[in-house]
Unconditional design. Sequence first.
Length: 333
Amino acid sequence: MMMSELIVLGIESTAHTFGVGIATSRGRILANVNEVYRPKAGGILPREAAEHHSRVAAKTVLKALETAGVTVRELDGIAVALGPGMGPCLRVGATLARYIALRYGKPLVPVNHAVAHVEIARVSTGLEDPLVVYVAGGNTMIIAFKEGRYRVFGETLDIPLGNCLDVFAREVGLGLPGTPKVEELGRRGRKFLEMPYVVKGQDLSFSGLLTYALNLWREGYRLEDVCYSLVETAYSMLTEVAERALVHVGKTELVLTGGVARSRWLASKLMAMAKQHGAIFRVVPDEFAGDNGAMIALTGALALSAGVKINVEDSRIRPMWRLDEVDIPWRGR
């Protein structure tokens, strides 16, 4: 007997995006409404981002319900990203999710933000059991499912790749978002400049690479050449680690997810590597690459279908919640 399709509303508020999605346990995305906080200068200020989220929360929920054509009473559960992320931002989403769950008597479903990036990539690309390259402003990980959990087969030891490119872009006056602007200049680069290539086993380090690139720019090297060399070095490091993980875990599928998944430069490197090993390579659709409400709703629906829920009094935020601490019962073993 087939289980009935569950409909879940999901709330994302881990960093700069306040998103509300509505999805089903069969992988249908009914709504994906997102409002992004953009600082006037510099990086994300958690308190300002949280204030932004508070201002847009109500209208975002209402728009998502309208888009999906459902009422709160028709929902089977309320999912929320409890971490990892910025504390002030997480509290906005968690408070709203608790209120809706209590007000309408709906199960509250805890979602790990990183797991959600994996699930939206897996479902949207149709890949069943891929090795996952998750690259964003706040995370850089190589991930595979093994024995009931997602396991990390390589990650950054300091700053994430997306953060490295964003900080470089900000320091040289390119502004945000950093990755596409650094890549745009990099495509006009004519000379490759040797840079620190820091791969330690299966882990990566980008802080030294960032400092070195900034120093080259300050010394007067062409910005186009520095951008080209920075991107080429960083993406090559990531591709090397992903290749070793692919061979080690024996997967035949590879998927790229996270905000930096919009990079065609990175995707082309991973595609070439996957082709050499006879693996299928796909990229999460752009609309689901960055932080978004749909990925929380989808993961919440999958989790609820496997009986995952949490008491409101236990739903504390977890800013440092690691992906490999989360059981994944909807995928079995």
